[in-house]
Design a protein around this ligand. Structure first.
Ligand SMILES: Cc1cc2nc3c(=O)[nH]c(=O)nc-3n(C[C@H](O)[C@H](O)[C@H](O)COP(=O)(O)OP(=O)(O)OC[C@H]3O[C@@H](n4cnc5c(N)ncnc54)[C@H](O)[C@@H]3O)c2cc1C
Length: 482
């Protein structure tokens, strides 16, 4: 029986900066790439919506097709399956001896369980795992993972004080000896085969590392947006307000180290300022949440998060559905939630506000909010999503005990003309400032004048913002100080 080595792609859908691919190419054995759509990832959650909905599924499909093209350019075929990963490896092993599997590390327990099962089914195969997801290699950190600082700020200071180096990115191998199998190499399953609805609009972000590179160069160099990132990054409406690198970073179409190198290049060629530092700073947040996940494991999914005290969360499905559908009566929350459902994306500012509203005004269990984000987000990343939710729910790495966003004030501060609100809430398109921030205060005269009937065209608030927040604050602080 002939033999081969496999590069198992998961959330690293690229050929650049890919140590497992380089190792496979150097092994001297024929190389086969494998990507598996695991049915577990496309199940319905306990909350009754898909774990991976159509926006992310489509992005992954495009990324896998792009990966196949890029691998083909260097001589490596990609086998694609939609089945239990153990079945995929078993069927390959029936045809060719799998000497080695090279892969990037995944810290999520679900991914690790799948990996364990595959290892168990291939007892004579060696598995070589590399780290490739972050700016900093875990071995280069100036502390042991168990001593990871409890706040981001302490973490950042340790990294900067120590002058921790980012390892250089790796160039892809050339002219690799690809495996040749008689198996069908397979195609990506369609959205309907994955049990999902077809998209009813063009995807907002297109998957694949070719598109990632285009966005990277466009944002930093061609459009010269990095220069003003610090001033624009809190904007919610315009595509270039922030980098929008997250969908590609989340699926590994783009390596964080490559982004970092482009920031340095820009600093050398153009300007080094607070904005260029700020983009690095955000990538550092990403590293931090990944390390929090590495340190705390499945605790990041506990209702009490990283704290020892249990907070009693409300269970009100009417409120949860109103939040998901963008029908709370609070325009910033509704605009962001509709944007998320329609496109699979919403800005960081909007995410912070809707998560704060969910946990600090509605008092709902943060895990349900996080699960909805996981379902919808095109850039979903377990550590970043659950880490941010924990933080905002007050059971993560925030030193402040109870911090709540005032969603009406935030809309005025970050969308002073109401343009973002009107864009996603067409029923409010003729409502001017200041009513657009508080439609609930419009009397009959204004409702008629601006063509919107409260309770009919646009909902009345589902809770009173301030009293609901005060109530939650009392419950939260009592639980925390027990
Ligand atoms: C409740 C909540 C859930 C979130 N869930 C996710 C998620 O599933 N996946 C995800 O990638 N980001 C998540 N974020 C972080 C952040 O909102 C997005 O990374 C950001 O909006 C993506 O837009 P951008 O690429 O234009 O970001 P930019 O502002 O341009 O930042 C550059 C990159 O830095 C990283 N980054 C920035 N802010 C954060 C942050 N707070 N935490 C972690 N990484 C960050 C991202 O990789 C981002 O692409 C979440 C934030 C909140 C408040």
């Amino acid at each position: 029986m002939s033999s081969c080595v496999i590069v198992w792609f998961r959330k690293d859908l690229r050929v650049h900066d890919h140590q497992p691919l380089i190792r496979a190419a150097k092994s001297g054995r024929p190389v086969l790439g494998v990507y598996i759509f695991d049915p577990e990832e496309y199940q319905e959650t306990a909350y009754g919506f898909p774990k991976t909905d159509r926006h992310r599924a489509q992005f992954i499909r495009e990324s896998v097709d792009d990966l196949r093209n890029n691998l083909s350019d260097i001589g490596v075929p990609l086998l694609v399956r939609y089945e239990d990963p153990v079945d995929t490896f078993t069927s390959i092993q029936e045809e060719v001896d799998i000497e080695s599997v090279f892969l990037h590390e995944e810290i999520g327990s679900e991914e690790q369980r799948v990996e364990e099962r595959v290892r168990g089914s291939l007892p004579d195969t060696t598995f070589t795992v590399d780290h490739g997801r972050n700016l900093y290699h875990p071995d280069d950190l100036p502390f042991d993972i168990h001593d990871l600082p409890d706040t981001f700020s302490q973490f950042r200071k340790r990294i900067e004080k120590n002058n921790t180096m980012v390892r250089p990115s790796l160039t892809p191998p050339k002219d690799v000896q690809g495996a040749s199998l008689s198996l069908d190499y397979g195609e990506c399953p369609s959205l309907s085969a994955l049990g999902l609805k077809e998209l009813d609009r063009e995807p907002r972000y297109r998957g694949g590392s070719s598109n990632a590179k285009e966005r990277l160069l466009d944002y930093i160099f061609h459009k010269d947006r990095l220069k003003h990132y610090k001033e624009t990054r809190n904007g919610m409406l315009k595509e270039d307000d922030s980098s929008k690198f997250s969908p590609w970073l989340a699926h590994g179409c783009l390596s964080a180290k490559v982004v970092y190198e482009q920031i340095l290049k820009y600093e050398q060629e153009s300007v080094k300022n607070r904005s260029t530092y700020m983009l690095y700073f955000e990538l550092l947040w990403r590293d931090y949440f990944h390390l929090v996940h590495r340190k705390h494991g499945n605790r990041i999914f506990f209702p009490s998060g990283l704290r020892d005290q249990d907070v009693p969360w409300n269970d009100n499905q009417e409120h949860a559905v109103a939040w998901r559908e963008g029908r709370t009566g609070y325009p910033l929350v509704d605009a962001a939630m509709r944007e998320l459902k329609e496109t699979g994306f919403t800005s960081n500012r909007a995410r912070q506000n809707v998560a704060s509203f969910f946990t600090k005004n509605l008092g709902l269990d943060w895990r349900e909010g996080a699960a909805w984000f996981e379902s919808q987000l095109v850039d979903h990343d377990v550590a970043s999503n659950y880490g941010n939710w924990l933080y905002i729910a007050g059971v993560g790495n925030d030193a402040v005990q109870f911090r709540a966003f005032n969603v009406e004030k935030q809309a005025q501060d970050y969308d002073p003309e109401g343009a973002y609100l009107r864009h996603w809430l067409p029923e409010l398109r003729d409502v001017p400032v200041p009513w657009i921030f508080k439609p609930r205060e419009m009397g009959m005269v204004e409702q008629e004048q601006f063509g919107v009937m409260l309770g009919e065209d646009y909902p009345l608030p589902i809770v009173d913002l301030l009293s609901a927040m005060q109530e939650r604050k009392a419950v939260f602080l009592e639980a925390m100080n027990k």
